[in-house]
Design a binder for this molecule. Structure first.
Ligand SMILES: [Ca+2]
Length: 152
């Protein structure tokens, strides 16, 4: 995965689960592990950070992306998952999934089907966090899994 994406404003950070770090107090994997965190504190409404895979091989059967996400309050921000695919010189981004705040302080599970029409050439998955009007909360992601054996 790479963190420096053209046009975004800041970076996701890998953070250890703690009750004092501003992110969720536990991670999904073990409770005391790490997660990807969008630190919204000090950022402005509309600022973005993107995290992108490094070239996923094509799959003729489609793929299934799953992950856990955490958006602890309303107005904190938005999480968007996009697929970036290349056709010749043209690169297109298509939004596959999006969600905003008010997730009541829990980790939620998400599953996204990638139909074979989108995976017939190599592609990338991009997670984008956008800061909302309330920058006192946080957005986090954990346990990202991609299965290339078919849609979900
Ligand atoms: Ca974890």
């Amino acid at each position: 995965m790479k963190n420096k994406v053209y046009g975004d404003h800041f970076d996701w950070v890998i953070e250890k689960a703690t009750s004092s770090g501003g992110g969720p107090p536990t991670d999904v994997t073990s409770g005391i592990g790490h997660y990807l965190l969008l630190k919204t504190y000090g950022k402005r409404n509309g600022q973005k950070a993107s995290y992108v895979s490094k070239g996923i091989s094509r799959s003729d059967n489609g793929a299934c992306l799953s992950f856990y996400y955490f958006i602890n309050e309303q107005r904190v921000g938005k999480l968007t998952v996009s697929i970036l695919s290349k056709s010749g010189w043209v690169s297109t981004a298509k939004i596959l999934w999006s969600n905003t705040g008010n997730q009541s302080g829990n980790w939620k599970f998400a599953k996204v089907s990638l139909p074979k029409s989108l995976t017939s050439q190599s592609y990338d998955i991009m997670f984008t966090g956008t800061v909302g009007t309330d920058n006192s909360g946080s957005v986090a992601i954990d346990d990202i899994t991609l299965k290339n054996t078919g849609v979900c």
